[in-house]
Design a protein around this ligand. Structure first.
Ligand code: NAD
Ligand code: DEZ
Length: 376
């Protein structure tokens, strides 16, 4: 069996090695010729999976995308040809939730304006939005959710309208898929008028898809409104963000909010499970075998952390400032955006760090936040 795989998908060899011949390819430049005799195709978000790529392949049995988003895949085309498809819903939700939470802690420290006491509005209350809410609520932050689709489906959580959210939230975090048509389309959901209408001193975090915000309009608005603070992980025109926009972001990264080692491993593992199911063979590998040990075994807490100490703990696990610095220096270089994504292998999730503390109940919220071993 020939398995064509994006070279940036980790843990493929240990999971798929026994199932067939693995052919690593550059997902961004993948051609129909490279995929014409593949039995299995495993991609990430940078590969357009459509008729142009696959028409010449008569034998494809499975397409997997180790991502949450599916906007790069022509699902109707695959269904029409009867080719099974699977993405990896939720695989990197914790990574995105922790990224957004850490970004908010970083902004709070930078502007000497505590996160505690602010109201955070989450637009899109699916996997990543809920993971962000979980971190915030663990820390005692009031969260407002906007998701008209979930609300209409009868999701029991409390939802507010987007207008209420914009009016009440101090921080807005975006977690919607990119959709270009329909009642709830998200393309340029944040257009010039909406951006201009944001409350004074709003912080806006985007780690879903770049074109949910009109980036040209964002530049225009930022030229007039220095009070707005931005965290941008995703960009219109990736892998070539608008160079004028980058300096306007407090934290700027190359679409790596979901790039924890755990999240990436989960993504590949979910596709492994799906392919085994399809081939009707037992999935004998385990996710826990894939991850390397974390540098720090445990951190002993002297007292329950205040916000400054919480940020220090978060930085043990993931220091967003490092990625921001590399991105600013590198995004304009040839292939800078993709090179940084390719080399991004250092980030862990809170669960990788064990915390020791004598006095369990005072720090229960740290376990809810995701750290492990709290209180033992
Ligand atoms: N930056 C990254 O690394 C990264 C990582 C993972 C996911 N993503 C992106 O984030 C998106 C969301 O991921 P997810 O796992 O939370 O997806 P999800 O499908 O679990 O949740 C998306 C939610 O958005 C809601 N929604 C859709 N249109 C809306 C609208 N107009 N207004 C408000 N809510 C709306 C949906 O009802 C759904 O509940 C993905 O589609 C992907 O594009 C980015
Ligand atoms: O949709 C997703 O899951 C994310 O956008 C994903 O993390 C993007 O990473 P890529 O597939 O491009 O490596």
């Amino acid at each position: 069996m020939k398995i064509v795989v994006d070279e940036n998908m980790p843990y493929v060899e240990p999971l798929f090695g026994a199932l067939g011949e693995i052919i690593p390819v550059n997902g961004r430049t993948l051609t129909p010729e490279q995929v014409q005799d593949a039995d299995v195709l495993l991609v990430r978000s940078v590969t357009r999976v459509n008729a142009a790529l696959l028409d010449a392949n008569p034998k494809l049995k499975f397409v997997g995308s180790a991502t949450i988003g599916t906007d790069h895949v022509d699902l109707a085309y695959l269904a029409g040809r009867g080719i099974p498809f699977s993405n990896a819903p939720g695989c990197n939700a914790t990574a995105v939730g922790e990224f957004a939470f850490i970004a908010m802690l970083e902004l709070a420290a930078r502007f000497n304006s505590p996160l505690k006491g602010k109201v955070v509005g989450i637009v899109g209350a699916g996997n990543t939005g809920s993971a962000t809410a979980k971190c915030l609520e663990a820390y005692g932050i009031k969260v407002l959710l906007n998701d008209p689709i979930k609300a209409a489906e009868g999701d029991p959580r409390h939802f507010v309208s987007l207008e209420t959210l914009l009016h009440q939230a101090d921080i807005i975090s975006l977690h919607v898929p990119i959709t270009r048509t329909g009642e709830h389309k998200t393309l340029h959901l944040f257009d010039e008028a909406r951006l201009m209408s944001l409350k004074p001193n709003t912080w806006l975090v985007n780690c879903c898809r770049g074109d949910v915000i009109d980036n040209q309009a964002l530049i225009k608005v930022k030229q007039q409104r220095d009070d707005l603070k931005l965290v941008l992980d995703v960009w219109e025109g990736e892998p070539n963000p608008m160079p004028e926009l980058v300096p306007f972001a407090e934290f700027a990264t190359p679409h790596i909010a979901g790039y924890s080692l755990e999240g990436k491993a989960r993504g590949t593992f979910m596709l492994y499970q799906k392919l085994c199911e399809l081939l009707a063979i037992p999935a004998t590998k385990h996710l826990s075998e894939l991850l390397p040990p974390f540098h720090f075994k445990a951190v002993e807490l002297e007292q329950a952390p205040d916000e400054k100490a919480l940020l220090q703990l978060a930085r043990f696990v993931y220091d967003l400032r490092d990625d921001d610095a590399v991105f600013r220096n590198g995004f304009v270089k040839e292939n800078g955006f993709d090179t940084m994504r390719k080399n991004h292998k250092h980030r862990r999730e809170f669960s990788a760090l064990a915390l020791a503390y004598h006095g369990q109940s005072e720090v229960d919220w740290l376990s809810n936040l995701g750290f492990s071993g709290v209180g033992r």
